[in-house]
Design a protein around this ligand. Sequence first.
Ligand code: ADP
Length: 605
Amino acid sequence: NVRDDAVSIVRQVLRDREERAREFARLVAENPALQQKLARGDAAGAEQVFSPLAEHLRLDWAAVVDNRAQVLALHRAEGSQVDFLPQLPQLLGPQAAIAYTTAEEMGGMRFAVARVRVETSGGKPLGAVVVAQALPRELLAKAADIESESQAYEAITRERKTYRWQAVLILLLITILLLLATTWSALHLAQQVTVPIQALAVATQEISQGNLDYRVEVPARDELGNLVTSFNQMTAQLRDSRRRLEQAVAELERRRQWMEAILESIPTGVITLGPHRRILAANDAARKLLGRPVAEGSSLSELLGREAAEACGELFARAGQMGFAAAERELHLEHRIAHVAVSVSALRAGPGEGYVLVLDDLTDLLKAQKAAAWQEVAQRIAHEIKNPLTPIQLSADRIRRYLERLPAADAREDDRYRQLIARCASLIGQEVHGLKLLVDEFSRFARFPAAQPVPTQLNEIVQDALALYADSANGIQFRSELAGDLPAVPADAALLRRVLLNLLENAAEAVARAERKEIVVRTRYLASQKAIELSVTDSGPGISAEDKERLFLPFFSTKPEGMGLGLAIVSRIVAEHHGRIHVEDNRPSGARFVVELPVEAPVLT
Ligand code: ADP
């Protein structure tokens, strides 16, 4: 629209100019003075009238011609070179109209050229006036610009579709490039986030599986970088704490093992119980003392039996109040009666309450004390009895000798008295002899010869002793199971022989009354205890729990004529060899006497 308006304005202006030129031409043509001059053919007069008029109207070029196309007057603006005379015939020519305007180029300028006929009022043609007015150069230039731009615009308009496609293509290309760039930068940015997060996820998995040495090595920036650094610091701290924890646990475990080793190696039985007197743990000595495995969680009466548990029950009540209670108790265990120093401590420290039951087996100690007491009694009795025996014996002998030397009496009465006295004297002599034998046995028990230990092969002693019984077996089957690797023991062979003969004698007496008569002698080496074991097993009636208690005491015998010193002497000999003797039940029946002798004599300090 702007273009069209501009073009129309330019055209309008040009038309306006042309009209002005025509108007000027008409003004000149209608001048009556000029008409008169023309009518007369007065060129000079016409010139006179025309020139001031043309000056006044500021015409660039003007001419007045008569009917014969003769120029009567001519006007040219000052300094102007234009001259339309050559074009005059053309301008005056064919156009019939009174006024006529055209545009002409001259000297690089454009002119609006108007031609108006000069006529009289009666319509008689007198000539014509031709006026040329220059059109403004700038306006023309503008009009030319507008024209050329308009043409260019036309051309562009024609190519608009192509341009549009090109623009669309360029936009599309830019869009694709932008998209590519955005996608690439988005991926790049995303990678900066996702790669560390993925590494962190993997690290978390590794750490949850216990690999605390794992580190996140992925480079990361900003908050993620801080996160990765904190994560690595956290795992390092975790690893350090775990190491410290493991060290502490190992130390605790070492201490626990140490405590356990101490508990297991002491000869005193230790049982720990919970607040409800349920057993938590027991050491090896306790298990040995009780002669049975100790089940965790069992009650005291299940472990010791009802009687023994009751015997200890009152100690628990006292310990509950005072913290500690101790007493000596006789515990009737399954296989034996044990004299035990029982002490109970209540645990008040620590998170849980409970008790510690300490059992000290005094059976052997008491046995030894009793044996020592008996020894002293025996010594005294032997001494006290022996003193009057000799005078009694001598007196009886004297009486007998006196009676023998007495002349034979007649009286029957006398003879009867003599016989009575002689019988009494001989009875006294016999009994004194018997008493002397008893006292001698006493003395042997009391003043026992000290053992002279030399390296001795126990197997040889066993073989010798069994050889003695070979002849007088009395239907008894003797068997020996002797260990081949038995080391020599420091022992007095004569005393050991006595031990074995005593045990064999008792076993033989025990099986005499039994249906199955079998005696087995075994030897074996106890490497862990560095001791050798000698056992004599019989198939006799066995020994009751009460008898087992008193078996090794002097003067305990179940036999009518028994002295009850055999096992007391055996026990002493074994004690002198730093050994131990105990009796246990044989299955299905009978008793087994077990002697343990150390291979190396202990160093006494
Ligand atoms: P004695 O043989 O003089 O009785 P001991 O000291 O040798 O004295 O034995 C004491 C008691 O031990 C015996 O009276 C007997 O009751 C019991 N005894 C010993 N050995 C056995 C055995 N193998 N089987 C059963 N009882 C035994």
